[in-house]
Design a protein around this ligand. Structure first.
Ligand SMILES: [Fe+2]
Ligand SMILES: [Fe+2]
Length: 143
Protein backbone atom coordinates (compact mmCIF):
# COMPACT_ATOMS: atom_id res chain seq x y z
CA UNK A 1 0.00 0.00 0.00
CA UNK A 2 1.46 3.42 -0.93
CA UNK A 3 2.48 5.44 2.12
CA UNK A 4 -0.12 8.20 1.70
CA UNK A 5 -2.90 5.61 1.42
CA UNK A 6 -1.55 3.81 4.47
CA UNK A 7 -1.52 7.01 6.52
CA UNK A 8 -5.02 7.98 5.39
CA UNK A 9 -6.34 4.53 6.27
CA UNK A 10 -4.53 4.62 9.62
CA UNK A 11 -6.04 8.01 10.48
CA UNK A 12 -9.45 6.75 9.47
CA UNK A 13 -9.10 3.67 11.69
CA UNK A 14 -7.87 5.78 14.62
CA UNK A 15 -10.90 8.07 14.33
CA UNK A 16 -13.23 5.07 14.21
CA UNK A 17 -11.54 3.59 17.29
CA UNK A 18 -11.85 6.85 19.21
CA UNK A 19 -15.58 6.93 18.40
CA UNK A 20 -16.03 3.34 19.58
CA UNK A 21 -14.17 4.08 22.82
CA UNK A 22 -16.29 7.11 23.52
CA UNK A 23 -19.51 5.15 22.81
CA UNK A 24 -18.31 2.40 25.12
CA UNK A 25 -17.52 4.99 27.82
CA UNK A 26 -21.04 6.38 27.51
CA UNK A 27 -22.55 2.90 27.93
CA UNK A 28 -20.63 2.40 31.19
CA UNK A 29 -22.39 5.49 32.56
CA UNK A 30 -25.89 4.33 31.62
CA UNK A 31 -28.35 6.23 33.83
CA UNK A 32 -30.76 3.27 33.74
CA UNK A 33 -28.13 1.17 35.44
CA UNK A 34 -25.97 -1.83 34.76
CA UNK A 35 -28.83 -4.28 34.14
CA UNK A 36 -30.16 -2.21 31.24
CA UNK A 37 -26.68 -1.58 29.85
CA UNK A 38 -25.44 -5.18 29.94
CA UNK A 39 -26.62 -6.25 26.46
CA UNK A 40 -25.41 -3.14 24.61
CA UNK A 41 -22.15 -3.21 26.61
CA UNK A 42 -21.34 -6.76 25.55
CA UNK A 43 -22.26 -5.96 21.92
CA UNK A 44 -20.03 -2.86 21.94
CA UNK A 45 -17.15 -4.75 23.53
CA UNK A 46 -17.39 -7.44 20.84
CA UNK A 47 -17.46 -4.80 18.11
CA UNK A 48 -14.44 -3.12 19.71
CA UNK A 49 -12.59 -6.41 19.92
CA UNK A 50 -13.11 -7.10 16.22
CA UNK A 51 -12.13 -3.58 15.23
CA UNK A 52 -9.04 -3.61 17.43
CA UNK A 53 -7.90 -7.00 16.16
CA UNK A 54 -8.19 -5.85 12.54
CA UNK A 55 -6.56 -2.52 13.41
CA UNK A 56 -3.54 -4.10 15.12
CA UNK A 57 -3.14 -6.55 12.22
CA UNK A 58 -3.20 -3.61 9.80
CA UNK A 59 -0.53 -1.80 11.82
CA UNK A 60 1.67 -4.88 12.05
CA UNK A 61 1.46 -5.75 8.35
CA UNK A 62 4.88 -5.34 6.76
CA UNK A 63 6.46 -4.68 10.18
CA UNK A 64 5.01 -2.56 12.96
CA UNK A 65 6.18 1.07 12.64
CA UNK A 66 8.74 0.11 10.00
CA UNK A 67 8.49 3.59 8.54
CA UNK A 68 9.15 5.21 11.91
CA UNK A 69 12.14 2.94 12.56
CA UNK A 70 13.60 3.70 9.16
CA UNK A 71 13.45 7.44 9.90
CA UNK A 72 14.38 7.24 13.58
CA UNK A 73 15.91 3.91 14.67
CA UNK A 74 16.41 5.23 18.20
CA UNK A 75 12.64 4.84 18.74
CA UNK A 76 13.03 1.04 18.75
CA UNK A 77 12.47 0.56 22.53
CA UNK A 78 9.33 2.66 22.39
CA UNK A 79 8.07 0.86 19.29
CA UNK A 80 8.68 -2.51 20.97
CA UNK A 81 6.84 -1.37 24.09
CA UNK A 82 3.83 -0.25 22.00
CA UNK A 83 3.82 -3.47 19.99
CA UNK A 84 3.79 -5.54 23.20
CA UNK A 85 0.70 -3.58 24.27
CA UNK A 86 -1.16 -5.03 21.26
CA UNK A 87 -0.90 -8.49 22.81
CA UNK A 88 -1.91 -7.28 26.28
CA UNK A 89 -4.87 -5.21 25.08
CA UNK A 90 -6.24 -8.01 22.87
CA UNK A 91 -5.85 -10.51 25.69
CA UNK A 92 -7.79 -8.22 28.07
CA UNK A 93 -10.48 -7.57 25.46
CA UNK A 94 -10.82 -11.33 24.97
CA UNK A 95 -11.32 -11.81 28.68
CA UNK A 96 -13.86 -8.98 28.92
CA UNK A 97 -15.96 -10.23 25.99
CA UNK A 98 -16.04 -13.72 27.52
CA UNK A 99 -17.04 -12.58 31.02
CA UNK A 100 -20.31 -14.02 32.24
CA UNK A 101 -22.08 -10.89 33.40
CA UNK A 102 -24.61 -12.90 35.41
CA UNK A 103 -21.80 -14.03 37.69
CA UNK A 104 -19.82 -10.81 37.80
CA UNK A 105 -19.70 -7.91 40.19
CA UNK A 106 -20.79 -4.90 38.06
CA UNK A 107 -18.32 -2.51 39.73
CA UNK A 108 -15.32 -4.76 39.12
CA UNK A 109 -16.36 -5.33 35.51
CA UNK A 110 -16.87 -1.62 34.84
CA UNK A 111 -13.51 -0.84 36.44
CA UNK A 112 -11.88 -3.23 33.99
CA UNK A 113 -13.72 -1.69 31.06
CA UNK A 114 -12.62 1.80 32.17
CA UNK A 115 -9.04 0.64 32.53
CA UNK A 116 -9.15 -0.82 29.02
CA UNK A 117 -10.64 2.36 27.53
CA UNK A 118 -7.91 4.34 29.25
CA UNK A 119 -5.05 2.09 28.12
CA UNK A 120 -6.25 1.74 24.55
CA UNK A 121 -6.77 5.50 24.29
CA UNK A 122 -3.27 6.12 25.65
CA UNK A 123 -1.78 3.49 23.31
CA UNK A 124 -3.30 5.22 20.29
CA UNK A 125 -2.18 8.69 21.44
CA UNK A 126 1.35 7.45 22.03
CA UNK A 127 1.44 5.86 18.58
CA UNK A 128 0.41 9.13 16.98
CA UNK A 129 3.04 10.91 19.06
CA UNK A 130 5.85 8.53 17.98
CA UNK A 131 4.87 8.89 14.32
CA UNK A 132 4.86 12.68 14.58
CA UNK A 133 8.20 12.82 16.41
CA UNK A 134 9.79 10.54 13.79
CA UNK A 135 8.63 12.90 11.05
CA UNK A 136 10.17 15.88 12.89
CA UNK A 137 13.40 13.93 13.43
CA UNK A 138 13.48 13.00 9.74
CA UNK A 139 12.96 16.60 8.62
CA UNK A 140 15.51 17.75 11.21
CA UNK A 141 18.31 15.72 9.61
CA UNK A 142 17.61 17.40 6.28
CA UNK A 143 16.96 14.19 4.32
FE1 LIG B 1 -1.49 0.02 17.86
FE1 LIG C 1 -3.31 2.35 16.39
Amino acid sequence: MPRDDFEAELNHQHRHLRDLLSELGTLTRNPEGFEAAKGPLVAKLRALRETVQAHFAFEEEGGYMSDVLRKAPRFLPEVERLEAQHTEILRDLDRLTRTDLEKTEPEAFLDEVHSLIERLGRHEREETDVVQRSVIEDTGTGD
